[in-house]
Design a protein around this ligand. Structure first.
Ligand SMILES: NC(=O)C1=CN([C@@H]2O[C@H](COP(=O)(O)OP(=O)(O)OC[C@H]3O[C@@H](n4cnc5c(N)ncnc54)[C@H](O)[C@@H]3O)[C@@H](O)[C@H]2O)C=CC1
Ligand SMILES: CC(=O)C(=O)O
Ligand SMILES: [Mg+2]
Length: 580
């Protein structure tokens, strides 16, 4: 994969840009600023000579300096704020630095550290980034939207209403941080032009009492709006997106469980919309499972699945895997549904729970008579250990935010029932993981096939060799899914495109060559992996007849390379009518 990386990120660009900004205006524009890398000629043309120290640096030198400055900060959250401020100053330098240290710095700008930054958003606040659309100001929504998008050809909008940020719940206006992080990864890992991307927080209030009581909270200090008023507000925003940017991908992130699936269903036939927690997580987990069943030399249809946490991610995974079982193993929907045992805060989801379960789970509700002989807790719920004892799952997936839910007893009981238990504790950030993968590895004597949502260090196998824990995070696939659909202008994100992306990702699993290797590619390879996913997605859109471009399917790879934004400096010429 190394050679592909070089093609993706060449160190210099011959591109010439006509730029209308000069002096401080240019130095304060993160899009155009080069800092000490402006050449002598550019310094004269753009009245920068007295505004910069005389030495001209290369991008390599700038990266070296920025990296050293970053290393002088010990705490991840301080590194996070340093990088945020670098992004506000100079996009090329920021993305170039990240692309040289992907595995080290992604956890700083994304999960887990971004979770802490979001939780402390109002206290760490220095400068706004992205678009804030507030329920109480909805009469100016169109103006506010146009103010930041006029003259911009937007490819991608990432939005959140902040109700279920990572695993840390309702974060009010701080949720803007997940949209900027997800958007940054689109650029870093798939080459989406940051000028063509927009991050939006839909501030509909918050039910987080800490934020409602905090005098420094910078969002709308009002309980969360629900019902018709909420739907109208969201719809007003979606219709603006459709009106002004009909080709762009609208990515929904970290919406609450009662809205996520509903909004996806509501808009997916009208526009290219994508819910990452449902579809991105479903796709990356499907890819990891395909790799795992490759190791155990079995089929997806042969497994018994326990999904612990039946929210957006849990249901997204269940549906994605169910659909794959139906299409690859030729099994009916009804029979495929029976392979899944979903659990939530009320224990196993079974018929007698009635209204406690959401209607969207109805296909997966277990019949009561199946569980008549099984002990329940004092609330009448069937707990995880009992489910594991009865059905002897081969796959256990956690997306519950319930830290430590996969206890030693649960894991050992599961391991007693199958040769290679497949255990994916996917909750983020790291502290919420259902089981530390090191423990799951030890308790199963190295037999477990593991993947987590945030990065974890390798575990030791019985023979003493390292077992690399796959990072089953949607960031390994969503940037490619999005870039693929933007590239071919599909105007819809079809299930077939997502499955094509998941299959491509699964085909890149290191475990295919060596069963003791990680189930998913290393995160250092995330740019190349997402590139491959994007190609698969765009090619599938051609096959489905929904690609909206004039070039041919055979040209997809070449067009993708041309389209990718690269973190390298071009050459600037001053032009009054140029870009700003
Ligand atoms: N690895 C990855 O790529 C991804 C990981 N996630 C993680 O998965 C977790 C859930 O995310 P979403 O599904 O988006 O949230 P969500 O809020 O839609 O779903 C969480 C579900 O877990 C249930 N739950 C809460 N406490 C529980 C308990 N003690 N026992 C069983 N179930 C419980 C909730 O009732 C809810 O149904 C989060 O930690 C999130 O960070 C989410 C998306 C992607
Ligand atoms: C990764 C992600 O989307 C989440 O944890 O919500
Ligand atoms: Mg998410």
């Amino acid at each position: 994969m190394q050679s592909v990386a070089k093609t993706l990120f060449p160190m210099s660009s011959e591109k010439i840009f006509r730029v209308a900004l000069r002096g401080d205006g240019l130095l304060h524009s993160p899009r155009w600023n080069k800092g000490t890398s402006f050449t002598e000629k550019e310094r004269k043309a753009f009245v920068l000579t007295g505004r910069l120290p005389s030495r001209v640096n290369t991008l390599d030198e700038q990266c070296e300096r920025a990296y050293a400055q970053l290393q002088s900060r010990n705490a991840p959250i301080r590194k996070n704020s340093f990088l945020r401020s670098l992004k506000e100053q100079n996009w090329v330098l920021y993305y170039s630095l990240l692309s040289r240290h992907i595995k080290e710095l992604t956890p700083i700008v994304y999960t887990p550290t971004e979770g802490d930054a979001i939780a402390n958003y109002s206290h760490l606040f220095r400068r706004s980034e992205g678009m804030y659309l507030t329920f109480s100001h909805q009469e100016t929504m169109e103006e506010d939207f146009l103010e930041q998008t006029r003259g911009r050809d937007i490819d991608l909008i990432v939005c959140t209403d902040s109700e279920a940020i990572l695993g840390i719940g309702d974060q009010g206006v701080g949720g803007i941080g997940i949209t900027t992080a997800k958007s940054a990864l689109y650029t870093l890992l798939a080459g989406i032009n940051p000028f063509k991307a927009l991050s939006v927080v839909l501030d509909v209030g918050t039910n987080n009492q800490g934020l409602l009581d905090d005098p420094l909270y910078v969002g709308w200090q009002n309980p969360r709006i629900r019902g018709e008023a909420y739907d109208k507000f969201i719809d007003k925003f979606v219709q603006l997106v459709r009106k002004y940017h009909p080709h762009c991908l609208l990515h929904f992130e970290d919406f609450g469980v009662t809205n996520a699936q509903r909004l996806l269903e509501c808009y997916r036939d009208e526009h290219s919309v994508f819910n990452d927690d449902i579809q991105g997580t479903g796709a990356v987990t499907l890819a990891a499972l395909m790799a795992a069943v490759g190791v155990t030399k079995s089929k997806l249809a042969d497994q018994r699945y326990v999904i612990y946490g039946a929210g957006s991610a849990g249901l997204g995974i269940t549906r994605q895997v169910r659909d794959a079982i139906m299409s690859t193993d030729g099994i009916s929907r009804e029979d495929a549904n029976k392979k899944f045992y979903l659990m939530d805060r009320y224990g196993l989801i079974k018929a007698s729970l009635g209204d406690k379960t959401r209607p969207s789970l109805s296909e997966f509700v277990r019949p009561d008579d199946e569980w008549e002989d099984v002990p329940t807790n004092d609330k009448g719920e069937v707990e995880l250990l009992e489910v594991v004892k009865k059905i002897r799952p081969t796959v256990l997936i956690g997306c519950s935010t319930h830290s430590g839910a996969f206890t030693e007893n649960v894991v050992k009981t599961m391991a007693a029932g199958c040769d290679r238990p497949i255990i994916f504790p996917l909750s983020n950030p790291s502290r919420l993981v259902e089981v530390d993968p090191k423990h799951a590895n030890d308790w199963t004597k190295g037999k477990a096939l593991l993947a987590t949502g945030s990065p974890f260090p390798p575990a030791k196998m019985l023979g003493g060799q390292e077992y690399v824990i796959a990072e089953c995070n949607n960031a390994l696939i969503y940037p490619g899914l999005g870039f693929g659909s933007v590239l071919c202008q599909s105007r819809r994100m079809r299930d077939s495109m997502i499955i094509a992306g998941a299959q491509r990702l699964a085909s890149l699993s290191p475990a295919l060559k060596d069963p003791d290797n990680a189930l998913l590619p290393d995160f250092n390879d995330a740019p190349e992996v997402n590139f491959e996913v994007a190609i698969a997605v765009a090619e599938q859109a051609f096959d489905d007849g929904i690609a909206g471009v004039s070039w041919k399917k055979e040209d997809t790879r070449e067009k993708a390379k041309e389209r990718q934004w690269q973190p390298v400096y071009g050459t600037y010429e001053y032009d009054e009518g140029g870009a700003q």
